[in-house]
Design a protein around this ligand. Structure first.
Ligand code: UD2
Length: 321
């Protein structure tokens, strides 16, 4: 285990999942170095941690930098003053699957090269463990659910390919250089601070935003498609558990609840929580829609002792605020 005072690096720590991960680490007594280029991350997501500078007494130091350009220069000053990075949580990413289809080279640069940059830093600096944000997108459209980690991976987007390639590179560094790593394949993560602004934002962030504004929730298709929706606080707990556990040969683990919810059930739950006056409307199904998505969760339970704890209704209530 890391001592409570050792430095933990969180790339992408100003983002949605990243800021919840930082909250968890700070609550556990760690000092956290966040590297974030603030392209999609926001200072406001960390503002409750004060000045975001160790020198000013904050438990969080924010370094504004693009991970894909390398970590040695951005981390030089903070590690010289406050000691080495003990463990790293790599969440910085170009997060849009749709964007990756339009701009595959950007996705390779940020999501794949960014991971190799983290690995190069970890190798040189003797970082004890890396926890990495992978995605259910590595599977593509799996015919069998719940999907186990050993299912064939046939990603359908550059995003999924870059996440899978990153997992493989983590495995190669573990085998060759002894850099311990655990990739976590996130299913559909939701919760406060998720950005609802794009049509391809997570469905819960869109529905919550519309419900708050009294606007109708639009279901694409018949609403019978399913997803495994996992609360961001649970995901942050999994990420921290993976980072703090010693060892890890690059074997990936699903992070989901193991429960399947239809989009219609989801819409009805949100309408119920929002009170009367929010309608449900329908639009044509999305092209290339995945019909069922559900995580098998035995591996992470057995390896990290983690399981999701927040029921969907509770997580939705926290998200709606
Ligand atoms: C993920 C990506 C998405 C796309 C897809 C490819 C996220 C948040 N989204 O989508 O960008 O590349 O993978 O398979 O990672 N829905 C509605 N109404 C809305 C919005 C969504 O009914 O206003 C449905 C949507 O059709 C889908 C479900 O809600 O069945 C979940 O949608 P999502 O975009 O949150 O997540 P997903 O896994 O389909």
């Amino acid at each position: 285990m890391a001592s409570a005072s050792s430095l933990i690096l969180v790339t992408g720590g100003a983002g949605f999942i990243g800021s919840h991960t930082v909250d968890r680490l700070v609550a556990d007594g760690h000092r956290v170095v966040v590297v974030d280029d603030l392209r999609t991350g926001k200072r406001a997501n960390l503002a409750h941690h004060g000045a975001l500078s160790f020198a000013a007494g904050s438990p969080v130091e924010l370094v504004v930098a693009d991970v894909s350009h390398g970590l040695f220069a951005p981390l030089a000053a903070v590690t010289a003053a406050h000691g080495p990075i003990a463990r790293a949580i790599h969440l910085a990413a170009q997060v849009s699957v749709v964007h990756s289809l339009a701009n595959p080279l950007v996705d390779v640069a940020v999501n794949y090269v960014g991971t190799v940059q983290v690995l190069e830093y970890a190798r040189a600096a003797g970082v004890k463990k890396i926890a990495f944000a992978s995605s259910a997108a590595v599977y593509g459209d799996t015919p069998v659910v719940p999907v186990v980690e050993d299912a064939p991976c046939r990603p359908l987007s550059p995003y999924g390919v870059d996440k899978l390639a990153s997992e493989l590179m983590l495995g190669a560094y573990a085998a060759t250089h002894g850099v311990a790593a655990t990739p976590l394949r996130f299913f559909n993560v939701y919760g406060p601070r998720q950005d609802p602004s794009s049509p391809y934002s997570g469905v819960i962030s869109i529905f919550a935003d519309r419900a708050r504004a009294g606007k109708p929730l639009t279901i694409f298709g018949d609403g019978q498609q399913t997803r495994d929706f996992v609360y961001v606080g649970d995901v942050a707990r999994a990420v921290v558990a993976a980072a703090m556990a010693d060892g890890g040969d690059g074997t990936a683990m699903n992070i989901g609840t193991g429960r399947e919810t239809t989009v219609r059930q989801l819409a009805e739950l949100i309408v119920g929580l929002a009170g009367t006056g929010v309608a449900i409307s329908h639009a044509p199904a999305r092209a290339g829609e995945i019909v069922r998505s559900l995580a098998a969760v035995a591996r992470v339970q057995a390896t990290l002792g983690w399981q999701a704890e927040v029921a969907l209704a509770d997580g939705l209530a926290r998200t709606l605020g």
